[in-house]
Design a protein around this ligand. Structure first.
Ligand SMILES: Nc1nc2c(ncn2[C@@H]2O[C@H](COP(=O)(O)OP(=O)(O)O)[C@@H](O)[C@H]2O)c(=O)[nH]1
Ligand SMILES: [Mg+2]
Length: 201
């Protein structure tokens, strides 16, 4: 898919504020600092659509960007930064659980993880919550330019092996680098195929 237009649409602090105009939503989430804003800017070919921040964990809003007047790219708040609350829902923040578990407009969720790290409990917990809820998601390995390719491959293999201890099959997997523009076509083509399937193509 080619992106011909991308523009900020609106911010919401709870899911009831999200306008219902029938357009499908593809959302992005991950721990703070995982490279989510950079990825959104890379995908939309816009250097400043999403703010790349040196101080993680600030955004508590859901940001919608309208792409090609056809679908929304949704920037969800990062999780795992604020101190975990005792409230079970608090681990990821209420707005996050409300959106990913209960927004009927979300068509697919891209869960970002840093390709340099071993699986972290909070990411595994998050994915297992998605699995229990039957939420369609894929994993995006970010910052693939930061280590040599062989090392990244080993890390990702290790990560996927860890997931296979919990899951019978793996979700779709994407490798990205916002620095090198790696993984852009794969993600956009995936979204394009989902949109085509929704139109019955
Ligand atoms: N080398 C490299 N650095 C990245 C990449 N993506 C993000 N970063 C850096 O990681 C930090 C956090 O990025 P940001 O997009 O703000 O993460 P967010 O908190 O998940 O939105 C910033 O210093 C970025 O420059 C990438 O693909 N490669
Ligand atoms: Mg950000």
């Amino acid at each position: 898919m080619k992106i011909t237009s991308a523009a900020f649409a609106f911010s919401s602090s709870k899911i009831s504020q999200i306008p219902d105009d029938g357009l499908p939503e593809f959302a992005f989430i991950g721990r703070s600092n995982v490279g989510k804003s950079s990825l959104i800017n890379m995908l939309t070919d816009n250097g400043s659509l999403a703010k790349v921040s040196a101080t993680p964990g600030k955004t508590r809003l859901i940001n919608h960007f309208l792409i090609n007047r056809e679908w929304y790219l949704v920037d969800l708040p990062g999780y795992g930064y604020a101190k975990a609350s005792k409230d079970v829902r608090g681990e990821f923040g209420r707005i996050i659980t409300d959106y990913v578990l209960h927004s009927r407009k979300m068509h697919f969720l891209f869960v970002l993880v840093d390709s340099r790290h071993a699986p972290m409990k909070i990411d595994l917990d998050f994915m297992s919550m998605l699995g229990r809820g039957g939420i369609p998601f894929g994993i995006v390995f970010t910052k693939c330019d930061k280590l040599p390719a062989a090392k990244i491959n080993t890390n990702i293999r290790y990560y996927l092996d860890a997931l296979l201890e919990y899951w019978e099959e793996l979700p779709p997997v994407f490798r990205t680098s916002s620095e090198k523009k790696q993984g852009r076509d794969e993600i956009l083509d995936f979204v394009g195929e989902c949109l085509g399937a929704m139109r019955g193509e």
